[in-house]
Write a new protein. Sequence first.
Length: 319
Amino acid sequence: MVAVVVIGVAATAAGRAQKVSPPVWTVPEVGALPNDAHGRLVRRGRDLITATYAHIGPEVPDPAKRFAGNNLACSNCHLEAGTKKFGLPIFGLVELFPQYSARLGAEITIEDRVNSCMSRSMNGRALPLDSPEMQAIAAYIRFLSSGVPVGKALSGLGTGSMPELDRAADPVRGKAIYANACLACHNSDGSGIRRSVPTVDLGYMVPPLWGPDSFNNGAGMARLITAANFVHFNMPHGTDYLNPQLTVEQAWDVAAYMISQPRPKKAGLDKDYPDLLTKPVDAPYGPYADGFDQQQHMYGPFAPIRAAHAKKQKDDVPR
């Protein structure tokens, strides 16, 4: 009788524990999709993310399909096909759109956000909204949000957030760190490692970080805060947010070195952020709403800039 009571109590406790344990959301498995129209569309979207250069890159046979202006893949920034935590994942985004874009000063859709990457990170041109490629990429992004409860913000979005320096990030220090931790993969000139000769559209084993085949100066990765956090939580290759390999200072400095290097220029950046007080403090291009120069906006420290913005916003409030 005692054993029966003990077993019954244990079973009740286990049942209670099961009831209070919240469900854990996980990234859905593309490979489990059926071979129907939707499944094929989502897989096509994943292929466009992981091998962008082979489908819409500047060397594909059909000139009409050359939407990307470089031979990068979307997954060079959106790691593991957009599923890695703090590797700029693209899961859990659907519920966030449409949303207001301070950069454009208008509301944008998920398709608009894709095209922002096309014109900046991919240094190319917008995909038509009704194109098969846009339809496939949007379907893949939506699929990655399958099962996310409405209104729930998933952890792991973005690039993470490490402490900022109280000094300017130093490209000179960063160059030495780059030589020790990055050069073997990304090359001394930042050109990466091609999978093939440049006449074949097989992209890169390791992407270029600067130079003519990299992202342009309007891309998010050209901003220090984004780049430094991405490096800290993801680089060198194999690092994740649970086990960073570079210190916080090393990540800031090596990212400063990376963004200081030459890269394609995007026209019309002066039209970004109609309200200059909403412009990110690390935007590497003007105009600015404050008295700080481009050097400080590029490398920091950023606390004084934020304080100046806060004061100006307060002063501008009608009394």
